[in-house]
Write a protein that binds this ligand. Structure first.
Ligand code: SF4
Length: 440
């Protein structure tokens, strides 16, 4: 959207007050984010009343939900444009329509069309860039809204992705993340079919790319071929994020995750065997409908078995339109029980995370310095290729931001490492000097 707007002559401004156009780009995965977005749209009414020339649009996954459109029509008539995830390439046309009609334009496609290539793009400066490789999801986990808001899986062709990554590398981007709701099912819909392993092998050959990442993965489609490619690669990072969601077979079945606890554990064993230095992380939902204490204990047991470096933990809340939200009882696990389970789970995981980090003390790691620490301007914050945050004492006479530097790990905490720079940067200075883009 930013690329299209730049071609239309727009440029970013620091806040809404000085904007001619505000686009509220929404996420529908969690109810709290939805409430936040609608609250923000409501707050903008005052500004719209003072400045009628300002155009206000609502985009993203929430726009794909009929309930959101009905709410906006009823309570937010100051919104000029509502468009969804499947037609964002039509943004210039839609803005023209707003000018012509002078009333709220709602244009949301129920289904996705073909993948649109060669849209203009506007990227943040620096050395990190994100490249979509597949859109949509066919998995239909019973708690998830994504298949309804993002539609069926549609993969981009390998040559188009390679061309984009080559152009990025020429511009100085060195840390590339390929993106999709489920990157592990990449390419099954192409003719002839290909897979993520094929794509990564091809991207590995692009000169100038130093680190290659992929997100998000689904354990069901994480193949042995992919494990072998990661094990042999010099660029694909050894961070393997495989959301398990629950350690109980009965809950996994209710979630429609399409794997069992045993299959998942076998997969993790194969990852560990092939990539001994892999950093393993996961996502877990607690309090899913029907989760008993015994189910939860099985999740705890799975964490002890796998020993993740980190886990992103969530309390279940029903999302409208998903199958789980329509089940009888809807959200039967009481909130205090959910919170207690979450706390126990986090206590366990934090202990394991600290132990995993302690094992890195004394090692030398390549760190991409991403910027200054938010809490302390005398400290640089960076990441290893395995996504571990590393804090470094800053030398005010040197600018290491966006550079890859060797760092000796000297300190381990639960959520980050401390280290000291032990050598010169291994990368050239980025040709894309970073400029902070305004975010509201
Ligand atoms: S695989 Fe991920 S995006 Fe797809 S339905 Fe399941 S949780 Fe949602």
């Amino acid at each position: 959207m930013a690329g299209q707007l730049r071609e239309m002559g727009y440029s970013p401004v620091p806040d809404e007050k000085s904007a001619d156009l505000v686009i509220v780009n929404t996420c529908a995965v969690r109810g709290s984010a939805e409430q936040h977005a609608l609250g923000y749209v409501g707050q903008l009414k005052q500004l719209k009343d003072q400045k009628s020339s300002m155009k206000l649009a609502v985009a993203g996954c929430m726009s794909q939900e009929p309930g959101t459109i009905a709410w906006l029509k009823k309570y937010a008539s100051h919104v000029d444009l509502v468009f969804g995830t499947h037609n964002l390439h039509e943004l210039p046309k839609l803005l023209d329509e707003v000018e012509e009609r002078g009333e709220m334009v709602v244009d949301v496609w129920k289904t996705a069309g073909e993948v649109v290539e060669h849209l203009p793009s506007q990227r943040a400066d620096g050395v990190q860039a994100y490249v979509n490789i597949i859109y949509g999801c066919d998995k239909f986990c019973t708690y998830c809204i994504v298949p309804f808001t993002r539609g069926k899986e549609r993969s981009r062709e390998i040559p188009a992705i390679v061309e984009e990554v080559e152009a990025l590398a020429r511009e100085g981007y060195q840390d590339i993340t390929v993106l999709g709701q489920n990157v592990n099912s990449y390419g099954h819909d192409l003719t002839p079919p290909v897979d993520l392993a094929d794509l990564l092998v091809r991207l590995e050959k692009v000169d100038g790319v130093r680190w290659l990442r992929y997100t998000t993965s689904h354990p069901r489609d994480f193949s042995q071929k992919l494990i072998d490619v990661i094990a042999q690669s010099h660029k694909v990072t050894r961070h393997v994020h495989l959301p398990v969601q629950s350690g109980s077979n009965s809950i996994l079945k209710r979630m429609n995750r399409k794997y069992t606890r045993e299959q998942y554990l076998d997969l993790m064993e194969r990852v560990k065997a092939a990539i001994p230095d892999a950093v393993l992380t996961t996502d877990i939902i607690v309090g899913f409908p029907g989760e008993t204490e015994d189910d939860f204990e099985q999740t705890m047991d799975l964490i002890k078995t796998v020993r993740y470096d980190a886990a992103f933990t969530f309390i279940y809340s029903p999302r409208e339109k998903t199958p789980a939200a329509r089940w009888e009882g809807r959200d039967p696990v009481p909130n205090p029980v959910k919170k207690d389970r979450l706390n126990r789970l986090m206590d366990l995981q934090y202990r394991i995370s600290l132990e995993a980090n302690q094992r890195l003390v004394g090692r030398t790691e390549l760190v991409l310095v991403e910027g200054l620490s938010k809490k302390n301007p005398n400290v640089w914050a960076g990441r290893t290729h395995t996504n571990k945050v590393v804090l470094l004492e800053r030398d005010p006479d040197v600018d290491l931001i966006d550079r890859f530097v060797p760092v000796k790990i000297t300190q381990a905490k639960t959520f980050y490492l401390g280290g000291e720079v032990v050598g010169a940067p291994v990368s050239e200075r980025s040709r894309r000097r970073r400029v902070e883009l305004p975010l509201v």
